[in-house]
Each structure stands twice: as C-alpha cells, then as structure tokens.
Design a protein around this ligand. Structure first.
Ligand SMILES: [Zn+2]
Ligand SMILES: [Zn+2]
Length: 223
C-alpha cells in the first residue's frame, strides 16, 4: 500500500527469491513491513527490509522461530510450486531479528494521506493481525480469511478466538477482502459464510480442536 510518505508491505512470503527487487520497481518510498503473523510462509522475505512491525504477542517468535529449520524446509519442499533457478534450499535460513515496531490493536499506521488501522485477530495465531485501509475500506486478512483450508488445529491456534476475530472484522465496512493465500480480492460475503460455519460448529460443540476438517463451498475449517 502506498501513501504519500511511506509504503506498507504486508508480509513477505516464502523468501525463496528477492521480493525487494519487485518492490523497488513499484516504489522508492520508505517501506514498513507489517507482519500479519509469524509463520514461516509470511516472513521469508523480511531479511530484505529494515523496518519490521509485528504484534507484541509474536515479537519473540521473530527472534526465535517456533519450528525447526528442518521442519520449515520440509514445508517448503511440500509447496506445489517450482523454485526459482538460483534458489538453493541448503542455504535457506529462517528469518530471525528483533522487530523495529510493535503493533497493538487499534494502532493507526499513517503512510501520509493514507491511514491503516491495525486489528488484532487472534485464533490462527496469538498475535495475528488484519490491516484495514480506512479510506478505501480494504481489509488485508492474512490467514484469518481466504478461499481454502482455514487452519486452527496447531497447538498455538485457538478456534474460539478465531471465531471471535471473524466476529470482530464482520463489523467493519469492507469493499475488498485481500487474503494471504490463494485467490486475491475475493467476495466480501465470505466473512459471513465463515462466521455462520463457526457459529454452527460452536452450537454443535465442535468448535474445539479435534483434527477434523469441516468442508464448505469456498473454504474448509481444520480444527
Ligand atoms: Zn499462518
Ligand atoms: Zn499462511
């Protein structure tokens, strides 16, 4: 997102190619990297930037990641995509550094003529954040909302918090939902659909970790 004075880059992907080279083609403004959450597939390219912002609850994960390097490499190899030619997995490292900015719920990141609201949306991870472009009413949802399998089955996830976070973003006036995975710019009514599914799971006493996957038209929920 480009403001008049600064640009906000939300997450940096797998880190298997230099994302900064692409960003440099778009803007020369100073970049703030906003982390939706500290999972390996969202922080891979953080190493190319200096100003890294993260929620306070995941600050320590940026300093010391929760999975081993072997586990992350195995995950990378599972991804159904071709690596760039010059990528060497034996040299892959997990990003690890002290963040420069700590974000909290309701913080406003002012890019100069463009204000972005920070929304704490725990559930997929404890410090998960969505970013709301107030004027354009765009919501960047990270791993809270997308077409695909929504994951709340890891030890650090929480299905009830996830439902509460969906309830929280449902109250926003949204023109565009821009997720962290799969299809970009998806229909805004997906939020209500996910909410309805979670409410139904709660009513049936299934909103808890069980290893089950519940399937719906555009998404599934792995609790
Ligand atoms: Zn994630
Ligand atoms: Zn993800």
């Amino acid at each position: 997102m480009l403001g008049k004075e600064k640009a906000l880059l939300i997450d940096t992907g797998l880190g298997i190619s230099n994302i900064k080279e692409e960003i440099d083609k778009i803007t020369t403004l100073p970049i703030i990297v906003a982390t939706t959450h500290v999972h390996w597939d969202h922080i891979g390219g953080h190493k190319y930037f200096d100003n890294i912002a993260v929620h306070k609850l995941e600050k320590d994960w940026l300093i010391k990641f929760t999975l081993s390097l072997t586990a992350v490499k195995n995950n990378l190899l599972k991804k159904p995509c071709d690596f760039p030619e010059n990528f060497d997995i034996s040299k892959y490292k997990i990003y690890s550094k002290n963040p420069t900015t700590i974000l909290n719920d309701n913080d406003i990141v002012d890019l100069g003529n463009r204000k972005i609201k920070v929304i704490h949306t725990p559930g997929h991870s404890p410090g998960h954040l969505c970013f709301y472009d107030i004027e354009n009413k765009y919501l960047f949802t990270g791993d809270l909302v997308y077409y695909g399998k929504l994951d709340v089955y890891y030890p650090t996830t929480d299905p009830v918090n996830f439902k509460n976070s969906i309830e929280k973003i449902r109250k926003l006036d949204i023109n565009k939902v821009l997720p962290g995975h799969y299809k970009l710019n998806i229909s805004t009514n997906i939020i209500d659909k996910i909410y309805d599914a979670l409410i139904k799971l709660q009513k049936d006493d299934n909103l808890k970790q069980s290893g089950r996957i519940y399937k719906y038209a555009d998404f599934s929920i792995h609790v």
